[in-house]
Ligand binder design. Sequence first.
Ligand code: G3P
Ligand code: CA
Length: 272
Amino acid sequence: PQPGPTASVPNRSTTRVIAHRGASGTYAEHTLAAYKLAIEQGADGLECDVRLTADGHLVCVHDRTVNRTSNGRGVVSTLELAQLSELDFGGWKAGEVEETDWTTADHTSVLTLERLLELHADAGRPIELAIETKHPTRYAGLVEKRLMELLRRFGLVPHKGEGPSPVRVMSFSQLSLRRIRQMAPELPTVFLMERVLPWLRDGSLPHGARIAGPGIDLIRANPGYVAALHRAGHRVHVWTVDEPEDVELCLRLGVEAIITNHPRRVLDQLGR
Ligand code: G3P
Ligand code: CA
């Protein structure tokens, strides 16, 4: 149901816990190992960032370059998938967790969105997917086009009148949200924000976005904004919430989802 003033307030058992880049507090972000661990740990959903490679594949990489999260160098959009496949995306995190074989493909390989959707399909239980479009203003909508092709192939684009969608597309870019709405009006979108834009203070969101995605810093500085968003009929999904006191703040404010690098820790705090 679309939460609004009359919807029930989320609580410790209903607030969704979404694994940010997988269980990325433990394993290297955006690796298959990090997503498998998040599913094992009981996360309600998975968050990922997507970027386009030079040969038109969507890969799960946060930064513009591969420099921080792999043993290679270069801008993702200038590299082909075959080149990305030669890099190790896990080694930089190795050593932080004992008794882990960091040389397996699950820990080292670049993750395509297609592979993540396969994992999602095979999870054996309902899992939410929050997919964020990065650098979407380039490529004249190719990121969104490829994303829709993949979601359609996996039967993840909802039709009018269907129940809640397991997938939502998130972006800081209003242009990207507008494109998604044009291509798939029933697919829920999340408007990500680091600050409250002056013309959205009343809780309204641009381009038909149904969910607000404020950062935890914004919420700490401006907790009353959550009520404004709820009054406007929107759900609120907060990122990136790793500190226990921030989890408690989110619970007090009745946010619908907590996006965290430590899903097991947050679930423990929620008593689940
Ligand atoms: O879930 C939204 C959040 O991931 C946005 O920030 O930089 O982690 O992609 P970032
Ligand atoms: Ca993200």
